[in-house]
Design a protein around this ligand. Structure first.
Ligand SMILES: C[S@@+](CC[C@H](N)C(=O)[O-])C[C@H]1O[C@@H](n2cnc3c(N)ncnc32)[C@H](O)[C@@H]1O
Length: 253
């Protein structure tokens, strides 16, 4: 098995080692390490600014992302905060505090992402567009399409959109929304696929602007060299990296 890559941030490493599994949530540690490293890559490439997560839940993934921010950058945590009970918002706040994400580094937004306008969303950042948006809210085809439209309208130059629960057996229609979105938005392409760890710690797709694809991928080939699955992903005709803990090819006898 390949190792989980270094996230590029001491604070993220400490949280992944000591806090991540204690915060209730659904994203894998593998994906958190890769996304934090991608945030560092953006910093190295001169891309800065706020980030957001749609579907912050109890904060497991949000805290990892927030620890990967540069000084002065903030994270928006958006959720309806109603499931499985309204106290989930209190648990989100408590987890952020417990794991070192102070209130001045984040904004908690109790809202239905499907009804938010781009102006409303970036109103929380003083109008600054977002460099990284993790979409992990309502898992219906219609809701994902709306979240993708919102994210695209709010995306900064060099920004990344990360989609959770892709290729998940429980949500097969999400791929239809993704394919429709990619066909309608030729300026956005898959940058990489982050393979799942478990059925709950599911696969994520990372999307970027077409103009940034080669630039990011060239560095990622080195950063994630131990996690690259050799055959890659075929988006017909676009190809992108597949990052996995299991980089073997099928044994052919
Ligand atoms: C799978 S959980 C997110 C898990 C979390 N991102 C993690 O990695 O641990 C999905 C979250 O999306 C939220 N959600 C569902 N529909 C939403 C909507 N329309 N707008 C905002 N959040 C929504 C739910 O309340 C729930 O907390």
């Amino acid at each position: 098995m390949a190792p989980i890559p270094h996230s590029g941030h001491a604070a993220v490493e400490a949280y992944l080692a000591e806090g991540y599994s204690s915060v209730v949530g659904m994203s894998s540690r593998f994906a958190a390490a890769i996304c934090a490293r991608l945030l560092r890559l953006q910093t190295e490439e001169g891309v800065g600014g706020p980030i957001a997560e749609i579907g912050a839940f109890e904060g497991r993934f949000f805290i990892a992302l927030a620890h990967a921010l540069e000084p002065g950058e903030i994270a928006l945590g958006i959720d309806i905060f109603a499931w499985p009970n309204p106290e989930v918002k209190d648990r989100f706040e408590a987890n952020c505090l417990k794991h070192g994400i102070a209130p001045e580094r984040r904004v908690t937004i109790k809202a239905d992402a499907g009804t938010m306008s781009p102006a409303e969303l970036i109103g929380h950042t003083g109008g600054e567009k977002l460099r990284f948006i993790h979409i992990d809210g309502e898992h219906s085809r219609a809701a994902l399409s709306k979240d993708l439209a919102l994210a695209t309208a709010c995306l900064a130059e060099g920004g990344l959109i990360v989609l959770d629960d892709m290729l998940h057996p429980g949500y097969p229609t999400l791929m239809v929304a993704v394919q429709e979105y990619l066909a309608a938005n030729p300026g956005i392409v898959p940058l990489c696929i982050i393979d799942r760890e478990t059925i709950v710690g599911a696969t994520k797709f990372v999307l970027c602007q077409r103009d940034w694809f080669e630039r990011y991928q060239a560095v990622m080939l080195t950063i994630f060299k131990e996690q690259v699955w050799p055959l890659g992903a075929d988006f017909e005709p676009h190809w992108c990296l597949v990052l996995s803990l299991d980089t073997r090819l099928a044994a052919i006898t």
